[in-house]
Each structure stands twice: as C-alpha cells, then as structure tokens.
Design a protein around this ligand. Structure first.
Ligand code: ADP
Length: 398
C-alpha cells in the first residue's frame, strides 16, 4: 500500500511516495519557485538504491497546477494507476496550536480548526492549507491526514511552555511556547531507542536538529518536556538567518534609534540575522570555508553557534537529571563533525565526550561517536521527516 507525503510551502511543494510494506521511497521530488518562470520540478526515483535525477523545467503557475503536475508524474511513471491506489495522503502542517497533539484525519471541521491557528504561523500554515485543499479537490475519496510539527511538544509542562507575561496573553491570545521540528525530534528519538535496544519510554534524550532552522528538545522517558523554539521558530538556537534568543528590549531600542517598523525588524531577525548577520553567509559549509581562510567574523559565528548549543545542552541536562543519549540530526548535525565536537567540548564532567576519530567518519548510517565507556551515548542519525509523516498517517487511519 502506498502513501503520498506532501510538504506544501509558500513557493515549493516537496513530496515523497512510500511503498509502506517495506518503507521504500518510490519517488521523492520537489517543485520549486511556484508561480515564477523559473519553476523547477525535480525528482529522484527509487531513492534507496539509485541516484537518478530527472528534471522538468516549465512554469508551474500555482499550487493547484503543482499538485496536478505531481499526480501526472506519478501516473505517467506508473507509480500509481489512479489516486485510489493511495492508502492516504499525509500532509506536513507546521502549526497545530494547542488543539492538535496527534496526527489527525482531515475533515471540514479539522480544516477550520487549522485555519483558526493560522495567525500563529502566518508564514507557514497558509501554504500547508493550500496543499491540503488542492489535494482534497484532486483526490476527494482518498483519506488525508495532517501531521503537525508542533504536536510532539504538546507534552511540555505549563511551567516550561508559559512565558512570564500578563496571563491574558496566554488565555486570550494563545501566546506560549509551542516548539517545532517535532516530527524530526520524534523520529530520531525512536531511532536512538532502536539503536540502544531499549524502549523509548525508558530513555532521556537531548535531541539536536541542526539545519537552516535549528532546535533542541529535552525528551524525558520518550516525551518532549522542553524545546528551544517558542511561539514561533525564531526563538532558541542561532540559525542560518534567524537570531534565536535575544533581549526583547533590542526591538524597542531599534524602533526608537533607527525608526524601524515592526515588519522591518521582523524581517531582519528572521532573514538577516543568525549566521548571515554575523558573517554574511547563511550556509554552514561556506562559514567553515571562510573561517578556515582566517575570517574573524566566520570564526566568531562558529564560536557563537556552538556556545549557544552548549548552553542548551547544560540546561537540558539539568532539566532531565539523567541523560542516556544526545542525538545530532539535520544537515549540520548529520554532516558537520567540527561543530559537533565544538558543542560537546569540555563536558566530560557531564559524562559527555566525543571520540574525534569516530566523529570524523563519514556515513549515512546511524553512528555512535562517544568515547569508549562514557555514560552519555552520542549518536548521529539522518532525519527522515517524510517517512515519519507516512508512518504517523498510516497509524492514524488504522
Ligand atoms: P533545512 O532546515 O533547510 O532542511 P538542512 O537540514 O538541509 O536545512 O541543513 C542545511 C544546512 O546544513 C546548511 O547550513 C548546510 O551548509 C549544512 N550542511 C550540509 N552539509 C554540510 C557539511 N558537510 N558540513 C557542514 N554543514 C553542512
């Protein structure tokens, strides 16, 4: 039985088709720059054992057109003969507010509920909704399931998710920590449990999802009890272009001194800050190249990013009491051995120490990189949010 996973963003749709009997990825693709003449549809077949990439370049004018293109591709390649071949379609939805703590079959009522929380994620949810609406119109008899980035963090206790602001901001306006990347944190936590051959419910894990967007989660006996992103993905770690934590008074100071509008400051904190703000590069590989060539700002960026992560490791260690494992995932977490070593340096007192040789080995398999005999296991695990969405969607309709 096959499940199609759709991740509909503001200008792109990513998709993957899984044969669920063996979790094989039959096709994985992306349509980028929707609505522009540069629209690009690229896909990879049989992701597990070949690397063949096919590319179609012609204008994809809208999400509707994009979805038609995806279904046309699936049928032309004979991956499905009709939409009825699909067990269901799983949709990534960024924000589920407090309403959704589980994957949910999409009905008209559910769609309305998702619309109600959209003001909390104005950059993400509208595009997710467009994808859902088009998929429902295209495949009206195929069950559609929403899988929320926020759902895994709905187990945070109130003292961790509340901000110390006037109470009515929470009760009337839903201002609180929600956290994101939940699908990825949950997926890698399950992989840690598999690798350690222990039930997830018995493990305390610090999970680091380090990509362009980055967040950490403190996972106690399998449940998320704290996470670094907040009401929006802006809080927490230093990211590609986002600042992460900062003193809110900076915003008022900038408003006064530079007469910047709220929208301008929001744009700077989301798109001009983080690595890019510090050293003009938002891609971690470019930051390393600059740092190696002696660029002081790039060196500072690496020091700041790893220092922030280390502070969160310390905080989450205190919150969890005991830690069985630390797991690195995301483009940076999976590939950047230098940063992994910097984040974990001088933490031997916590039982955390990286083995430099193991850390430098390149592999896509699950790897242990802790020094022999250290109590805290350190793992590097490739995330697979699409597979996790497919698994959750399958469980949901079962
Ligand atoms: P997104 O949040 O967009 O999904 P990814 O998880 O793909 O992001 O991560 C992208 C980041 O991973 C970029 O900063 C990129 O430079 C970084 N990255 C990818 N490969 C490496 C590598 N070999 N070394 C260091 N950083 C890497």
């Amino acid at each position: 039985m096959k499940i199609l996973v759709l991740n509909s963003g503001s200008s792109s749709i990513k998709y993957a088709l899984f044969e669920m009997s063996n979790q094989h990825v039959e096709i994985s693709g992306i349509i980028e720059a929707i609505g522009s003449p540069e629209s690009l549809h690229s896909y990879q077949l049989n992701v597990d054992y070949t690397n063949k990439k096919q590319v179609n370049q012609h204008e994809v004018s809208s999400h509707k057109h994009g979805l038609q293109e995806i279904f046309k591709t699936l049928t032309q390649l004979k991956l499905i003969t009709q939409v009825v071949d699909l067990l269901c379609i799983g949709h990534r939805v960024v924000h589920g507010g407090e309403k959704f703590s589980q994957p949910t079959i999409i009905t008209n009522e559910v769609l309305e509920e998702i619309k109600l929380v959209t003001p909390l994620a104005p950059l993400h949810n509208p595009a997710n909704l467009l994808g859902i609406e088009e998929a429902r119109a295209y495949a009206p008899n195929t069950p559609q399931v929403a899988v929320f980035d926020t759902a895994f963090h709905q187990t945070l206790p109130d003292y961790a998710f509340q901000y110390a602001v006037p109470e009515k901001w929470y009760s009337q306006l839903a201002v609180r920590r929600y956290g994101f990347h939940g699908t990825s944190h949950f997926y890698v936590a399950k992989q840690v449990a598999k690798s350690l051959e222990k039930p997830l419910e018995s493990l305390n894990i610090i999970s680091l999802h380090l990509g362009n967007g980055a967040s950490m989660a403190a996972i106690k006996q399998g449940l998320s009890i704290d996470t670094s992103m907040g009401m929006s993905p802006l809080e927490g770690l230093i990211m590609g272009t986002r600042s992460g934590d900062l003193d809110p008074a900076i915003i008022f100071y900038l408003q006064d001194k530079l007469e910047l509008s709220c929208a301008e400051i929001k744009n700077s904190l989301n798109k001009e800050s983080g690595l890019k703000g510090i050293c003009h590069e938002n891609d971690m590989r470019a930051v390393h190249q600059l740092a190696e060539s002696g660029d002081k700002q790039a060196q500072l960026a690496l020091a700041m990013v790893s220092y922030r992560i280390k502070k969160y490791i310390g905080a989450y260690f205190a919150v969890l009491g005991e830690v069985d494992a630390i797991v690195f995932t995301g483009g940076i977490g999976e590939n950047d051995s230098v940063l992994r070593e910097m984040c974990c340096a001088d933490l031997k007192l916590f039982g955390i120490a990286v083995d430099s040789d193991k850390n430098r080995q390149v592999s896509t398999d699950i790897r242990h990189i802790e020094q022999e005999g250290m109590p805290v296991k350190i793992l590097v695990i490739a995330t697979n949010e699409e597979l996790e969405i497919a698994l959750q969607a399958k469980a949901c309709i079962a």
